[in-house]
Design a protein around this ligand. Structure first.
Ligand SMILES: NC(=O)c1ccc[n+]([C@@H]2O[C@H](COP(=O)([O-])OP(=O)(O)OC[C@H]3O[C@@H](n4cnc5c(N)ncnc54)[C@H](OP(=O)(O)O)[C@@H]3O)[C@@H](O)[C@H]2O)c1
Length: 122
């Protein structure tokens, strides 16, 4: 994940190796995550730790954009929420729909009445 995503989560995600990407070296003591200086560096660390061969790129926008451009992504798990929200980080869903196949989809409605779908693309 990108440094900004890590900061927005505010803690490490449990039961998995967290790899935080930043262009600045992170020399924090007793940190509960791995630090990477580039996406390529992060993938090397992920390969080192990964038991089942699958690693997840969890954003944010900058990291998703680069991962797609570098063609590092083999499968995408995407939730689309059918309501407009204000925001300052964006994801190019049209690129995914043009370049990947939809393998699975399910539609749902949240308890508050918002329609959303969950899709897997490869
Ligand atoms: N809906 C979702 O699936 C989802 C998932 C994750 C995050 N988010 C949201 O997205 C927002 C954050 O996205 P964002 O695009 O602003 O930030 P981001 O991608 O999380 O992090 C950007 C930071 O990552 C580092 N970075 C990016 N590319 C790098 C590279 N090639 N080499 C080394 N470091 C690199 C830089 O850190 P330094 O500045 O430290 O160098 C950069 O400032 C948050 O609001 C978060 O809540 C949404």
């Amino acid at each position: 994940m990108g440094r900004k995503t890590h900061e927005s989560i505010g803690k490490v995600l449990q039961d998995r190796v967290n790899i935080v990407i930043s262009r600045k070296s992170d020399n924090s003591e007793n940190k509960l995550y791995e630090s990477a200086l580039s996406l390529a560096d992060a993938l090397k660390i992920a390969k080192f730790w990964s038991c089942d061969g699958e690693c997840f790129i969890i954003g944010g926008a900058e990291i998703y954009k680069q991962a797609l451009r570098m063609k590092l992504v083999h499968r995408l798990y995407i939730t689309e929420i059918y309501r407009d929200f204000d925001g300052d980080a964006f994801f190019d869903i049209d690129y995914v729909k043009s370049n990947y196949d939809l393998m699975h989809t399910e539609s749902h409605t949240s308890k508050t009445g918002v329609n959303y779908s969950f899709g897997v693309y490869e």
